[in-house]
Design a protein around this ligand. Structure first.
Ligand SMILES: Nc1ncnc2c1ncn2[C@@H]1O[C@H](COP(=O)(O)OP(=O)(O)O)[C@@H](O)[C@H]1O
Ligand SMILES: [Mg+2]
Length: 268
């Protein structure tokens, strides 16, 4: 199975979408990968950040998950980045937990759809998760092989990170999925303050081998790029934001290459 990387943190505004979109584009551009990015958040920001008009784009990920007659090729949209395809999301996704509730296989919807032959076309699958730990995120964990946790360097952020680690461990055990693991913790929204440095030190001591060396610092070009529906590589490739994102992308990419089999249970 190809690598399937989920960007998860139940808190909003921790840079899940920013990382998912820009890393997906980086892997397509610089690593020659055929990349599929699935947005699973009701806000539809991953599609928007790639210039897709998510309000009028239908069918989308909701229809893909709720109707087996909707094929991957119908929901997978090409982007301005060669090699990067996105499955957009929008408000309908808020109905997914209710709509899937009667189905005993509801936690496996995403994994089962990605087990279909059309998904084998992709070398890498990335998931942009919603800011909650409900059925949608559960589907993502069941479908993923690894999790990247973006942690905003603010007070209480370590709690959120520990929750994700625990959930990954639980899903890994419940579904006999020793391969599912946290591959990288990425400190984000870094500003040089005493508090941010203290939190960063703690994060590094909890995750000595799995904390990205480069925190994602604040850089206005990253925000601007999203507002223009562009990746940082198109909008401001020479910016400090692009340099930081490139270092993080390389760390995520090599985290998969370095992985030893059966190390997946040691996620804490
Ligand atoms: N490094 C950064 N510097 C400045 N703004 C950023 C940076 N990373 C993300 N942002 C902005 O912060 C907001 C939240 O980021 P986002 O990736 O959407 O978070 P999440 O998906 O976790 O909710 C967005 O408006 C985004 O453009
Ligand atoms: Mg988001």
């Amino acid at each position: 199975m190809s690598r399937r990387i989920a960007f998860i943190n139940e808190k909003g505004g921790t840079c899940k979408t920013t990382l998912a979109v820009n890393l997906a584009a980086y892997f397509a551009r610089k690593k020659g990968q055929r990349v599929l990015l699935l947005d699973l958040d009701t806000q539809g920001h991953a599609g928007k950040s790639l210039g897709v008009d998510v309000r009028t784009t239908s069918p989308n990920v909701f229809h893909f998950l709720c109707d087996r007659s909707v094929s991957l090729s119908e929901v997978a949209r090409p982007t301005a980045t060669e090699g990067l395809t996105v499955v957009p999301s929008y408000k309908e996704m808020s109905e997914f937990p209710v709509s899937a509730a009667p189905d005993p296989r509801r936690a496996f919807r995403l994994a089962e759809r990605l087990a279909e032959p059309a998904a084998a076309h992709y070398d890498l699958v990335l998931f942009d998760a919603p800011p909650s730990m409900g059925l949608t995120t559960y589907n993502i964990l069941v479908a993923a092989t690894e999790v990247v946790i973006p942690v905003a360097l603010t007070y209480l952020s370590l709690d959120g990170c520990a929750e994700v680690v625990e959930t990954v461990r639980r899903v890994s055990a419940e579904h006999d999925r020793p391969d599912l693991h946290v591959s990288l913790v990425v400190p984000t929204l870094y500003r040089k303050t005493t508090l941010a440095d203290e939190i960063l030190d703690k994060l590094r001591s909890y995750f000595p081998d799995r904390c990205a060396k480069t925190p994602l610092g604040l850089n206005v070009k990253i925000d601007e790029a999203q507002s223009h529906g562009k990746t940082i590589w198109e909008y401001a490739p020479w910016s400090r934001g692009a340099t930081m994102l490139q270092e993080i992308a390389e760390a995520v990419f090599s985290a998969g290459a370095q992985r030893k089999p059966a190390a997946g249970r040691a996620v804490a």
